[in-house]
Design a protein around this ligand. Sequence first.
Ligand SMILES: CC(C)(COP(=O)(O)OP(=O)(O)OC[C@H]1O[C@@H](n2cnc3c(N)ncnc32)[C@H](O)[C@@H]1OP(=O)(O)O)[C@@H](O)C(=O)NCCC(=O)NCCS
Length: 177
Amino acid sequence: MTEIHTPRLLLRRWDEDDLPALADINADPDVMRWTGDGSVLDLEQTAEDIERWEEEWDEEGFGLFAVELLGSGELAGVTGLSVPTYLPEVLPAVEISWRLGRQFWGQGYASEAAQASLEFALQDRGLDRVIAITRVGDTASHNVISKLGMVPEKVTTDPRYGHQLAVHSIDLTEYEG
Ligand SMILES: CC(C)(COP(=O)(O)OP(=O)(O)OC[C@H]1O[C@@H](n2cnc3c(N)ncnc32)[C@H](O)[C@@H]1OP(=O)(O)O)[C@@H](O)C(=O)NCCC(=O)NCCS
């Protein structure tokens, strides 16, 4: 069972009880604005995501964590690692990404979870490089990226939707946490 404790968060794998809370997060247009084509996701799509993430955990040994608040046990959102198959030009690569419910923004939780995910990538998985792929204009994500010490690589076009995507990377062999 893969679990990581940070000062305020538990990062863990998914179970079916997470579905309603994640579906609420995914139903918020402000949360989904910079993800995919910007559409919200319904309950069924959210269930498919959880299933896909769990498959990735089983197949790759890494994946997207459920991010739970240690104090209350609430599901705050999603952070972790995945293979960005939607952007073939960057492959092979492992991507870090994040999504929190709106009430959990502005408290440093995304950065805390992302930092723990990078440490997991390096120490548990032995990865030496992780990238982040974000929409140009997604300033909240860019803020997290710069706090993690990721550096810009290039701007490219999302082959699915035509959006401009910024690719950043971090060399984990130099990572100091
Ligand atoms: C992107 C996203 C995860 C960023 O969340 P966030 O809460 O803004 O990010 P952080 O965890 O870094 O916290 C930011 C702020 O919390 C504040 N904060 C409050 N208490 C804090 C604490 N104890 N420790 C650290 N920061 C704290 C800080 O001021 C920090 O802002 P600063 O870096 O300008 O000083 C969030 O906006 C989100 O979920 N967006 C929707 C999903 C999305 O767009 N995902 C990306 C698609 S690829």
